[in-house]
Design a binder for this molecule. Structure first.
Ligand SMILES: Cc1ncc(COP(=O)(O)O)c(C=O)c1O
Length: 392
């Protein structure tokens, strides 16, 4: 069996490892949606090689023909250990977890456990567009509770949404995005405690999408929702897929707080048949052995975050940007540029840069774009120059 040797030296910045020629050979959505002359800084895929322990684990599995169905709790154990070391959270109980195919399908299943058809699912807009698509597809109603002007949860707005959601005696859920996509907001322990208090008061069940949790940059701390007072009845979805770029290796974990274990126990068994065994192997290896790689990535993202601020100040001072504390996504307010409600279309057609349009992110999305920073500094620089050229 061919084994890939361990890398023992310090980790280089993975964002500087691959050239555009190599990346353009990729066949994933980021690289195959637009023509070759377009710089793709949109969908949440990163321009990085995989962490070596992940490659080794998957390669070893392939060499062994270990491609059957997943078994056991290796993923949950690796995440529990990671959570203890990274976030000082010892409350992730392996027996209150379930593997699910991915975070969005996991979120759908959690919402189904605690609400019925026609019930409301509250979301903080602007938010990751599948929060609308998946929720409406499962016959629930999306209720928007926009973030405040500071891009943080507004307790008054959230309370009003909760009050309305349960007004007819209906059940309701709050699909919390923590850290928040697209703004990169990291909710504080105090903010999350307020969420828990309001949820308890109105009987709203909290489902926390914490997929970006490992991607918190210097200067902020991730707080797991299930760890805050009142968070015990929450359900969380976590995954290694964003932080280690493993979206194509399907797997995620659903985690129940101490008071939600009975709900998770009602998860239909077939849901845990969805994740791929190779996905579970890859995600477990990332969490267990991919910490040095993650640290190198976070340092590179931090540099890119500063670089973007500098580039915008120099080339596009009309864009308002509040740098996020997490994720590799930047939420750019382009309303002062006079490019209308959908500046992403203009940047694509006239600048040959693909960004996400803000419109599908809900209230607060018009006139905005989402830019994916997880690329080489040279690509980021070229993208901003192209965006600026549109205005000339
Ligand atoms: C907040 C959020 N949730 C879920 C997902 C998708 O995760 P998955 O592929 O595991 O469904 C993404 C992807 O970017 C995301 O940003």
């Amino acid at each position: 069996m061919t084994r890939i040797p361990h890398e023992t030296s310090g980790e280089p910045n993975p964002l500087r490892a691959l050239g555009l020629d190599t990346l353009r050979r990729r066949t994933s959505m980021k690289w195959r949606t637009y023509p070759e002359d377009v710089l793709p800084l949109w969908v949440a895929e990163m321009d990085v090689p995989l962490a070596e322990p992940v490659v080794r684990a998957v390669t070893d599995a392939l060499a062994l023909g270990d491609t059957g169905y997943p078994a056991g709790t290796a993923y949950a154990e690796a995440l529990a250990d990671f959570a203890g070391k990274r976030w000082g959270w010892a409350g992730l109980a392996v027996e209150r977890t379930a593997i699910v195919p991915d975070v969005m399908l996991g979120a759908v299943e959690m919402i189904k456990l605690v609400t019925g058809p026609g019930d409301a699912v509250v979301v903080n807009t602007p938010v990751y567009p599948p929060f609308f698509e998946f929720v409406t597809h499962m016959d629930r109603q999306v209720a928007q509770a926009p973030l405040g002007p500071d891009l943080r949860i507004d307790p008054g707005t959230l309370e009003e949404s909760f009050r309305r959601a349960v007004a007819d005696g209906r059940r309701a859920a709050f699909l919390l995005c923590s850290p928040h996509n697209p703004t990169g907001t990291v909710h504080t322990a105090e903010e999350l405690s307020t969420v828990a208090r309001l949820a308890e008061r109105y009987g709203v069940r909290v489902v926390a999408d914490e997929i970006h949790a490992p991607l918190v940059l210097d200067g902020a701390d991730f707080v797991p929702y299930l760890s805050v007072p009142g968070g015990e009845s929450g359900l969380s979805l976590m995954s290694a897929s964003k932080a280690w770029n493993l979206a194509g290796l399907k797997a995620a974990l659903a985690i129940a707080g101490p008071a939600a274990g009975a709900d998770l126990a009602r998860l239909p068994e077939e849901v845990s048949h969805g994740p791929s065994h190779l996905g579970v192997i890859a995600h477990s290896a990332a969490l267990r052995d991919g910490n040095a790689w993650l640290d190198a990535l976070l340092a590179g993202l931090d540099d890119n975050r500063s670089l973007l601020s500098d580039l915008l100040a120099e080339y596009l001072p009309g864009i308002v940007h509040r740098p996020g504390e997490a994720t590799y996504l930047a939420w750019l307010d382009c309303r002062a540029l006079g490019l209308g409600d959908d500046p992403a279309q203009v940047f694509l057609h006239r600048g040959r840069v693909a960004l996400n349009s803000g419109l599908p992110f809900g209230t607060g999305g018009a006139g905005h774009v989402r830019l994916n920073l997880a690329t080489a500094p040279e690509v980021l620089t070229e993208a901003v120059r192209r965006m600026a050229a549109v205005l000339e």
